[in-house]
Design a protein around this ligand. Sequence first.
Ligand SMILES: Cc1cc2nc3c(=O)[nH]c(=O)nc-3n(C[C@H](O)[C@H](O)[C@H](O)COP(=O)(O)OP(=O)(O)OC[C@H]3O[C@@H](n4cnc5c(N)ncnc54)[C@H](O)[C@@H]3O)c2cc1C
Length: 366
Amino acid sequence: MKVVIIGGGVMGLMTARLLAKAGCEVVLLERGQIGHEASWAGGGIVSPLYPWRYSTPVTALASVAQKAYPLLAEELIAETEIDPELTVSGLLMLDADDARDAESWALIQEQEIQRWGGNALRSRMPGLAAGWQEGLWMPAIANIRNPRLLKALRRALVLEGVMIYEQANVRSWQYSGGRVLAAVAADGCEYEADVFVICGGAWSNEISAQAHTAPLAVRPVRGQMLLYRLEPGALPCMVMAAGRYVIPRRDGHILCGSTLEETGFDKSTTSNARSSLIVSAERLWPALAGLEPLAHWAGLRPAAPNGIPFIGRVPDRDNLWVNAGHFRNGLVLAPASAQLLVDQLLGRATQLDARPYQLPSALPVH
Ligand SMILES: Cc1cc2nc3c(=O)[nH]c(=O)nc-3n(C[C@H](O)[C@H](O)[C@H](O)COP(=O)(O)OP(=O)(O)OC[C@H]3O[C@@H](n4cnc5c(N)ncnc54)[C@H](O)[C@@H]3O)c2cc1C
């Protein structure tokens, strides 16, 4: 079977890898460069933020994906010699006002959450500022260095024989009845296949609209991030409060994120967000105070309603599939999401119930 995937973010790359490993002939079309949009811009926390606040479908995907990541990281290192630096640093959430909900959720989900009072916080995390009342500590939460993950996935695809076309901006489709015959790029190149998968992140609605499908409720939500650097190990874990976080990388880099902004497809950075993130960084980890951020960027999250991604076939197109809309959690959810898409596409049994992620039916014709 020949499959064309549109979109070279984490979703397209992981979907392509599983399809290639299953013996499909895979072509990956990317409008710009592979792995340069949301999947690059993200922080790489391998967990939803405040995970107990999410719906069952998101938690189900996250749980499968978190279990899959260690093996995936090992496989990528073995296949590509690129280490995506999956690091179990733990996540400390400060002064969350729903700690009881977190504890109940943790019991049901069999996740470890420890509740630390002010004294425990100060003795276990001496680098924190004074004044925090309470912490929720999740020791098993990892982060992944997403730019390296994307590089490793890209190399893995090349080794699997996947054909990657960059600067291939899909603008229209050829179809006959309910079947798509070819994706057509802006330069006129036609890419024929048996099956097509839209992994276009925040642009997925635009791409599917060109195939005259029912609207796909995925919209862009901008997130801005800052980058700092301290000595390796100076920040021992991920720390977050009031929705803002700092993430340590192994080499001492520290990311601080992120804003949530409804600015359409505008990916520019702003001085307001920069100032606000600087305040957050210093509040979360005082050793960052006074340091000049090394970099500042923005990305567009693909937001589906309630953050529940669309993973399935387009109802009014026999051979058009979608894997998109993962909002704030695409990096953590990707392994499970790609597996669920590929199992459905190949007619295999799925580990998760696929129904919560199905696409809406076509609008009635009138
Ligand atoms: C600031 C920020 C912080 C984040 N932090 C985290 C985190 O800590 N943990 C987490 O799990 N998630 C995080 N996320 C969310 C995560 O990054 C996204 O959910 C995920 O990357 C989405 O992956 P994707 O492949 O669907 O989209 P993308 O990475 O955006 O990829 C879509 C690709 O499709 C291509 N494309 C679009 N249109 C076309 C076309 N017409 N033809 C061909 N190609 C096309 C685009 O160029 C792009 O490369 C964060 C996001 C942001 C912005």
